[in-house]
Design a binder for this molecule. Structure first.
Ligand SMILES: Nc1ncnc2c1ncn2[C@@H]1O[C@H](COP(=O)(O)OP(=O)(O)OP(=O)(O)O)[C@@H](O)[C@H]1O
Length: 241
């Protein structure tokens, strides 16, 4: 009988040996991280343990001092060639372009533009990526409808509840059809009932065969809804579960 062969599961993003210091503070110390398509992974750890620094390094917002972050190209993102992008070796401009195309971001306080309407906030990354105003408007309306916000497209952000505004932020992150969503305390500013609904929407829309979600959270309840938890302590990965 032939030996069975285990085929390794292809990861979406893999980082090794990430180290980052701010003066005397070692924010990341030899941290490894891998995320697979379809996964939601929670990053947990005490305040100051390096969670946001890890998110910023993985997303290329503020690169690590050393270590590698490799992102697999996927057909779903329109890449014509299979292969990998090494974030550390890209120029700032190439890294920004990759972020716009492949990553979506949801932060605790939404970071929406208050003067703009809901649909305009969602359309922004599409316009930045070169979409026409009509295309961006239609895509934005579709995303807002998917997130249960049909009819609120023309409201300005100040005319929305906290939960609705956070759904707009999720719609904005998803509109460019990214492969990886980074969320930093996405429900941290919401009451528990609203937070539950927003988390449901985030989990349902951010994972799929070619898409994954990374959530930085202090909330064990949020982490329990994810597929895996990565715990940081003093900048190092402590344990995976
Ligand atoms: N830009 C910066 N300049 C100086 N020190 C920084 C900077 N960013 C982070 N740090 C330090 O690096 C360490 C890790 O910070 P980080 O924000 O990653 O932690 P965290 O786990 O996300 O914390 P919290 O849960 O409080 O948000 C902390 O000691 C922090 O003070």
């Amino acid at each position: 009988m032939a030996d069975s062969v285990t085929v390794p599961r292809p990861w979406l993003l893999s980082a090794e040996g990430l180290t980052k210091s701010f003066g005397p503070t070692h924010a990341l110390v030899d941290a490894d991280f891998t995320i697979f398509p379809g996964e939601a992974v929670a990053i947990m750890g005490p305040s100051g343990s390096g969670k946001s620094t890890l998110l910023h390094a993985l997303a290329g917002i503020e690169p690590a001092d050393s270590g590698t972050v490799i992102l697999r190209r996927t057909a779903a993102t329109g890449s014509s060639d299979a292969g990998f992008d090494d974030l550390a070796t890209l120029s700032d401009a190439a890294r920004s372009a990759l972020r716009l195309r492949r990553f979506g971001f949801v932060f605790q306080h939404g970071m929406l533009v208050p003067e703009l309407r809901a649909w305009e906030n969602v359309a922004l990354p599409l316009l930045l990526a070169g979409a026409s105003r009509d295309t961006a408007r239609h895509r934005a309306a579709d995303e807002l409808e998917r997130l249960g916000l049909a009819g609120l497209e023309d409201r300005r952000i100040g005319q929305l509840s906290g939960g609705e505004a956070q759904r707009v932020a999720i719609a904005r992150a998803l509109a460019p059809r990214p492969t990886l969503i980074f969320a930093d305390e996405p429900t941290g500013a919401l009451d528990s009932v609203t937070a539950g609904g927003v988390l449901d929407a985030l989990l349902a829309s951010s994972t799929g065969p070619a898409r994954a979600l990374l959530i930085v959270t202090h909330d064990e309840g949020v982490a329990a809804r994810c597929d895996r938890v990565v715990r940081l302590r003093d900048g190092s990965v402590e344990a995976r579960s």
